[in-house]
Design a protein around this ligand. Structure first.
Ligand code: DX5
Ligand code: ZN
Length: 234
């Protein structure tokens, strides 16, 4: 039997001027988690949200908050995100190892690597867990899984778009990574990027059960129906 689906709302696609209202709508619709895309303008082109906004959101919701860190040197900010109230801290693999030649300059994207600096990554994952938070690794579409650290992770987030923006098109070529994870990993298997009525079933069949949705959910006329539909895919 499939695991139940958890729906995580990516607030990048919410109305940021009315965030409290949009988060209440998520709560009422049965959303399980809030996905918070923290971007630094270096790891990815955009600048978005940092710990201060997480702290503000924490004050008006009890929902599980996941901080997706699309920032350089994420290990240096783990305490900040934990103190701000994130329940889960998600580290991009591409921040741990030598970058491919095509993305070594700060303004070249997407970031990709071939070999992971496992000891440093493992130390950061342990740091997150020691603070009582869930530790995830995030894998860009063209980066391979790092199976050596799975025991140190509560979840793995597979990116199905190149990180940086909401509203991009789902990349089906990442599905084999989910299928592989399903056979070797008992933690959360999350998918992020371009999730909608067409792509979500493909990811669930492959083995994903945490569905992160930004533009599809926030542009839907009826949050309740959209969340119900995503959960019914289990
Ligand atoms: C992309 C972000 C995603 C994005 C999802 O860099 O990590 O979380 O906001 O948005 P949609 O669902 O619109 O692709
Ligand atoms: Zn994200």
């Amino acid at each position: 039997m499939n695991r139940p689906i958890a729906v995580s709302a990516s607030i990048l696609a919410a109305n940021l001027g009315n965030l409290e209202r949009d988060i209440k709508r998520c709560e009422e619709a049965g959303v399980d988690r809030l996905h918070i895309d923290c971007m630094d303008g270096h790891f990815v082109p955009q600048l978005t949200i940092g710990p201060m906004i997480i702290e503000a959101v924490r004050r008006f919701t009890k929902l599980y908050l996941e901080a997706h860190l699309m920032i350089e040197h994420p290990g240096e900010y783990i305490e900040n995100y934990a103190e701000a109230g994130a329940d889960c801290i998600q580290l991009q693999l591409e921040c741990y190892g030598t970058r491919r030649a095509s993305c070594r300059r700060w303004d070249q994207w997407p970031k990709e690597i071939d070999e992971v600096d496992v000891p440093t990554l493992r130390a950061d994952l342990k740091k997150i867990r020691k603070l009582g938070k869930k530790a995830f690794v995030v894998v860009n579409p063209k980066t391979a899984l790092c199976e050596e650290v799975l025991n140190d992770c509560d979840g793995v987030l597979i990116m199905s778009v190149n990180p940086g923006f909401s509203g991009q098109k789902f990349m089906p070529e990442v599905l084999p990574k989910i299928e592989r994870l399903k056979t070797i990993f008992k933690g959360d298997i999350a998918i992020d990027g371009g999730i909608n009525a067409q792509s979500a079933p493909l990811t669930v069949t492959a083995g994903a059960h945490v569905l992160i949705s930004g533009s599809y959910l926030f542009s839907s006329p009826n949050f309740v129906d959209t969340v119900r539909h995503l959960k019914s895919l289990a």
